[in-house]
Design a protein around this ligand. Structure first.
Ligand code: GDP
Ligand code: IMO
Ligand code: MG
Length: 423
């Protein structure tokens, strides 16, 4: 598998980090192509927990790691992650960032928070890391890019021009504190020396790796239903997590991608606001949350929990072109005697559909139609091969595979690196 995209199939937090870690051992390069520190990828190795926000999960195997032009970078977070990784004995020498990636500046973080506060009940529930404001400025062609950090004079000018406007917004529109030019400029000047050795022409680097027959992983952040174009707008992120974005976000042709692995939980979670047809009503929601440890990696927020939604998953298979699926956290469902799986939606006009509604109102009012399947009520954590899974657990996975018409090649049975079974 020379070029493989690992993409979230739901609303994020599917366990992408763990699957990337699994596949990274036999890869040469691991690349992030979109998103920023809104991501939180958790990997557990021998009882030790690693949480990455910017850093590609390939860092654990000492692989060459790339942050492409499609990412937005908060230098404070990134530098903290470099320092943390080094303090834990991981080499960061081969971590490369694109000079074309946009920088999340302090005003982006301030505006993200202020805008959410102003929206009040109508808020999106963002991670408040400045993601939306940074991508907005990029699209408006007002952004500051990583390469701009290396010319102190131009950088200060850009910051001055930007702050003139951003402080007006902060003070007049949002009633928030303005930012101080010297503070911001001083902070930004300290980034360059720490980042300098990590800047590279990442499009060229990935191109050459593929040309030389190396194995490259593209690690998606967020998930398909958070995609700016195809997700549940406006309750989405401001980038495109779908697999095709790996090509634009890195700067390679779409025909270079060989495989697309969709990562899906055996159930569903969502953080933040927005419609969620299979959200569980009653005490089972809390049970899934506790058993699955469903609290945000970045924000610590409780994740909303729902039963597996095959309508959403079939949509994700279509949007991404999955060649395989990794079904994670099957062990979390071990506690349940009977497990509902949503196979269709009932729409407001009474009709039923297997396709994801194209119109937002249909989706907002969609009622899940469930098939209830038998649980297995047995621990899965000690299974070392897929054929050791209890019959009912195997039937659950077969059912998903049949409905998606995509092979499920990995099943997650616990948090540890080894707890993922190949099928
Ligand atoms: P990501 O953002 O897609 O990388 O996912 P997160 O790391 O935010 O959330 C997934 C959580 O589930 C992490 O705490 C993982 O350690 C954990 N996890 C991943 N796979 C499994 C699994 O198969 N079983 C269990 N119990 N936990 C898992
Ligand atoms: P990983 O990579 C889950 C959600 C936020 C919010 C919406 C917009 O760990 O799967 P943003 O800060 O991006 O403007 O927030 O998107 N969101 C995530 N949910 N996992 C993530 O990343 C997410 N990144 C953003 O909760 O609803
Ligand atoms: Mg996450």
């Amino acid at each position: 598998m020379p070029a493989t995209v690992i993409v979230g199939a739901q609303w994020g937090d599917e366990g992408k980090g763990k699957i990337v870690d699994l596949l990274a051992r036999d890869s040469d390069l691991v690349c992030r192509y979109q998103g920023g520190p809104n991501a939180g990828h958790t990997i557990v190795v021998d009882g030790e927990t690693y949480k990455f926000r910017h850093m590609p999960s390939g860092i654990l195997w000492g692989k060459e790691c790339v942050l492409g032009a499609g990412c937005v970078i908060d230098p404070d977070v990134f530098i903290e992650e470099l320092d943390d990784a080094e303090a834990r004995g991981l080499s960061t020498e081969r971590v490369r960032i694109s000079g074309n990636a946009h920088v999340i500046m302090p005003w982006h973080v301030a505006i993200d928070g202020a805008s959410e506060r102003r929206l009040g009940r109508l808020q999106i529930g963002t991670t408040r890391r400045g993601i939306g404001p940074a991508y907005s400025d990029k699209a408006s062609r007002l952004g500051i890019r990583v390469q701009d950090l290396f010319d102190a004079k131009i950088l200060r000018q850009k910051i001055e021009v930007a702050l003139d406007e951003k402080n007006l917004w902060l003070e007049r529109i949002y009633g928030a504190e303005p930012l101080d030019l010297d503070d911001v400029a001083g902070r930004a000047e300290r980034w360059a020396p720490r980042l300098r050795d990590h800047i590279a022409d990442t499009s060229l680097l990935v191109h050459e790796a593929l040309r030389d027959g190396q194995a490259v992983l593209f690690e998606g952040a967020q998930g398909t239903l958070l995609d700016l174009d195809h997700g549940t707008y406006p309750f989405v992120t401001s980038s495109s997590p779908v697999a095709a974005a790996a090509a634009t976000g890195i700067g390679i042709g779409p025909n270079r991608i060989d495989e697309v692995v969709g990562v899906a939980k055996a159930y569903v979670t969502r953080v933040g606001e927005g419609p969620f047809p299979t959200e569980i009503e009653g005490p089972d929601q809390e049970r899934v949350r506790e058993l699955g440890g469903e609290y945000g990696t970045v924000t610590g927020r409780t994740r909303r929990c729902g039963w597996l939604d095959l309508v959403g998953l079939r949509y994700a298979a279509r949007l991404n072109g999955f060649t395989a699926v990794a079904l994670t956290k099957l062990d979390v469902l071990s506690a349940f005697e009977r497990i509902p799986v949503c196979t269709r939606y009932r729409l407001p006009d009474g009709t039923e559909t297997r396709e994801f509604p194209a119109h937002q109102s249909d989706f907002h009012h969609a009622e899940p139609v469930y098939e209830v399947v038998d649980g297995w009520q047995a621990e899965l954590g000690d299974c070392v091969a897929a054929d050791e899974l209890p019959d009912a657990a195997r039937r659950y996975v077969d059912f998903v595979e049949r409905e998606l018409e995509v092979p499920v090649t990995w099943v997650g049975t616990g948090r540890e690196r080894e707890q993922a079974l190949a099928r």
